[in-house]
Design a protein around this ligand. Structure first.
Ligand SMILES: Nc1ncnc2c1ncn2[C@@H]1O[C@H](COP(=O)(O)OP(=O)(O)OP(=O)(O)O)[C@@H](O)[C@H]1O
Ligand SMILES: [Mg+2]
Length: 104
């Protein structure tokens, strides 16, 4: 389970995200859709702390990601970038699984 609790991310005087709460259950296939600039990447990058919220908290199961070891967190997170750094001979699933396969 991944939960966002009252997450806000500000850049200067603008909020990319404001008071967002959302829970994605284990095993759920979840698709986040929105126009360019609506904050999708900002939200995604909070899961493995590539971006930290200005306020609010992000949980994986019962663990607040802010209080777990960041290297361990990222080793256990499959993350496929929007452009570049993809293996073009592999499917989306295979690309997303590279890190998890390495962990066995
Ligand atoms: N490092 C930054 N500094 C300032 N503003 C930023 C920064 N990163 C993102 N933003 C702003 O935050 C908002 C959300 O950006 P984000 O990249 O999360 O959108 P997105 O939904 O992923 O867009 P796209 O569909 O184009 O990938 C945008 O207004 C963007 O300009
Ligand atoms: Mg994006």
């Amino acid at each position: 389970m991944i939960s966002f609790k009252d997450v806000t991310k500000g850049y200067g005087n603008e909020n990319a995200l404001k008071d967002l709460s959302l829970t994605i259950n284990s095993g759920e296939l979840f698709v986040l859709v929105g126009p360019s600039g609506s904050g999708k990447t900002t939200l995604l990058k909070m899961v493995n702390r590539l971006i930290s919220p200005t306020s609010g908290r992000v949980f994986i199961d019962d663990d607040d990601v802010a209080s777990v070891d960041v290297q361990d967190l990222r080793r256990h997170t499959g993350y496929v970038l929007q452009t570049g750094a993809l293996f073009p001979n592999m499917t989306v699933e295979q690309n997303a699984s590279v890190q998890l396969e390495a962990l066995g």
